[in-house]
Design a protein around this ligand. Sequence first.
Ligand code: 8OZ
Length: 372
Amino acid sequence: MHSSDAILFSPFKAGDLQLANRIVMAPLTRNRAPDAIPTPLMADYYTQRASAGLLITEATAISQQGQGYADVPGLYGTEQLDGWTRVTDSVHAVGGKIVVQLWHVGRVSHTDLQEGGAPPVAPSAITAKTKTVLIKDGVPTFVPTSAPRALRAQEIPGIVHTYHAAARNAVETAAFDGVEIHAANGYLIDQFLKDGSNRRTDDYGGSIENRARFLLEVVRAVTSAVGGGRTGIRLAPVTTSNDAYDSAPQPLFEYVMAQLATLHLAYIHIIEGATGGPRVLPDRPFDYPALKAAYARAGGKGAWMVNNGLDKALAEEALHNGADLVAFGRPYIANPDLAERLRHGGPLNEGDRATYYGGGAKGYTDYQLLHK
Ligand code: 8OZ
């Protein structure tokens, strides 16, 4: 091991999660779960990547209403939980740790994916300027998202409860080590947070406190199900994904940090910049050190996980600057042994974009290892 590698390969305890190293596989949507049921091929895929200190699964719908894309997995049916149990058993058999990402897409959906062809739900009836993926005649096809309807206030406790039930099933039934709440990338929780998508005039809209209410109710519901030490949360303050926009993200996210600090989470996972895109956006400035300071100042003790476009040098720099964990997304598509490749300083395989979303083993479980 090179001495500068030591920081990436040191063990770390995030809440109740004892991790072998600082390298995290970020959640990656791969659309290979027909009928939302995880397959044996998915068990192979995650197991191949289990030398990461922590695997975070692809975003996983907590309910059919929370579904927004073809062939993404769920956590709300017996067969889905059985499929995930095959995944977690296989990952645990090789010593890996795995949490599932809890997902409700809100308005980023299509009537074809909703029960009875219903419109998707959102804080406000504002259509996202974004696309989703349907599979038509076996071919993944991008289509505009459908116009959503605004949730009635009385419906919100039911959705919060669905997060609670999904978290409990994930840990108690499917043997996940924990859960990550997906509060990023323009999905339901992010839609409530940001004023570009939330025009409500009730307790869930308007002020920062009101827009953060849904997120905090979800976090409390999830921690009451599985404990804060098994709960992480992913946030993307200035992402451009799925038409996400807030006019003043700094005070919004610093308020969220101060509230989360009291809930004893395992980790805070921050996407810096535009998800899968530039880390710095000239028209969306954001002070990440101030965000981390707001969390620490309020007593937050969870691990600080950073993500987006990291390479080895950036990851080491982040760890030296106070991050605890570094998450890699796209590099994990083509490099199942990314941890070993980082240790050796490369080389990295290039991913094949044509097989990112949908399909079978090709471009999924057939990438070469450095050493066999
Ligand atoms: C890419 C394609 C579909 C969904 C996200 C869950 O951005 C996603 C996603 C990414 O968080």
